[in-house]
Design a binder for this molecule. Structure first.
Ligand SMILES: C[S@@+](CC[C@H](N)C(=O)[O-])C[C@H]1O[C@@H](n2cnc3c(N)ncnc32)[C@H](O)[C@@H]1O
Length: 389
């Protein structure tokens, strides 16, 4: 049964004989109508966004690979992806590790799946290519723009249910969609290229924009709210814990000094404060001084770790036995949470998850070159065991 939802008329999706017990498809117009998604002001979709040289969007975000515990690298060529995995979505977002995600989900034609981070829809479309007429795909996003865009390729597809909301509330979305226990859940965490590169979203310090950073344009807190109101020590802790910024104390002091004179309103104002106090590392990869600050603020503004914790705690009851959970993370704290979830309990406790691979998969060199956003991705996946606690 789905956690937090009314008892749903569910059935075992692997048994075609009981397919008739499925509830009727969700009523069109309730779940699938773009008019249900409040429009994001200035939501013009930028097409074919280039990845600017030196962009801090993704390639400069934290590279958290632990040299002592190298992940498993698979070559994309090992997994041919019929249907064009890795292709740009027309919105500037290239799906990361498409073949590996498909391997993780092991999509069956009659299965039911949730892509809980729709974004440019790259992974969703690959899943859809493999679904037969009896299958189903729930696509979720906090941001109405990807949902609007998805209407173009999924608007008339009866297998697809588009929902706006957080994956923290996955059970509610599943019961609203009338889906049975799932065969697979995919989460590709963070922000899409389109969001990162849109100055209006305030996620990049490469161009000027409002200091916003909300992935959900109706979210309660902006980055400006945080930098202009958090006490100095809290700000420093946040930037250290979520961004790994060693100069967090100096940076917080500089921010507080500047905001006394004039509250921060734009991305470039904040980037300038970081540039004044954060020294580039003496060795290793050179990143923009504001990189870790912006990363920390984005995670805080969007409550990303809390949302992931909620998803991880609700994923198992949402899956059928044998169903797969695949999570692609770009931050060490996220990856650690997923790793912990899949770790067997102590002693003789029954296993709740069977990890597909011992180590996370990371993109091969060729994918990194083709798609810089993939650089710090780690993919972990596991199958839900049959144990019922
Ligand atoms: C990295 S993108 C996904 C890209 C997608 N897999 C593709 O290949 O096109 C992440 C997406 O997840 C969305 N997102 C982030 N946090 C979310 C949450 N808690 N619930 C639902 N969607 C979320 C973001 O708005 C963004 O569109």
């Amino acid at each position: 049964m789905l956690a937090g939802a009314a008892p749903a008329p569910l059935r075992e999706p692997r048994d075609p004989a009981v397919r008739g017990r499925l509830p009727d498809p969700p009523p069109a117009g309730i779940l699938r109508d773009v008019r249900d998604f409040p429009a994001f002001p200035g939501s013009a979709v930028s097409r074919g966004c280039p990845d600017p040289p030196g962009s801090a969007g993704f390639r400069d975000f934290m590279d958290f690979r632990d040299p002592a515990d190298p992940p498993e690298v698979r070559r994309l060529d090992d997994f041919p992806v019929p249907g064009g995995g890795g292709a740009e979505d027309g919105l500037g977002h290239v799906p990361v590790m498409p073949a590996e995600c498909l391997e993780a989900l092991a999509v069956r034609p009659g299965g039911f799946y949730a892509d809980v981070t729709l974004g440019g829809g790259g992974h969703s479309r690959l899943i859809l290519d493999r679904l037969g007429a009896g299958g189903g795909l729930l696509c979720l996003d906090l941001d109405p723009e990807p949902l609007e865009a998805a209407l173009g390729w999924a608007g008339d597809d009866p297998r697809v249910v588009l929902r706006r909301g957080s994956f923290a509330d996955l059970p509610d979305h599943l019961s609203a969609a009338g889906f049975p226990p799932l065969d697979g859940i995919l989460a590709d965490l963070g922000a899409s290229s389109r969001q990162m590169l849109s100055p209006a979203r305030g996620l990049t310090f490469m161009s000027d924009g409002p200091l916003d950073m909300r992935l959900d344009p109706d979210g309660p807190v902006t980055a400006a709210d945080l930098v202009n109101s958090l006490p100095e020590t809290e700000l420093a802790d946040l930037v250290y814990r979520l961004g790994g910024e060693r100069a967090s104390r100096k940076l917080a002091a500089e921010i507080v000094r500047r905001r006394r004179a004039k509250p921060f309103a734009t991305t470039l104002e904040l980037a300038e404060a970081a540039r004044r106090v954060v020294r580039p590392p003496r060795s290793g990869r050179r990143i923009h001084p504001a990189t870790r600050l912006f990363l920390a603020l984005r995670i805080a503004v969007n409550g990303e770790l809390d949302a992931l914790a909620a998803l991880l705690s609700k994923a198992r009851p949402a899956l059928a036995p044998g169903g797969r959970l695949a999570v692609m993370s770009f931050h060490s704290l996220e990856d650690r949470m997923v790793k912990e979830l899949f770790r067997p309990g102590p002693g003789d406790l029954p296993r709740l998850w069977d990890p597909l691979w011992k180590k996370p998969l990371v993109p091969g060199r060729d994918e990194e070159l083709r798609n810089p956003r993939s650089r710090s991705a780690k993919l972990r996946a596991a199958a839900r065991t049959g144990f019922e606690p």
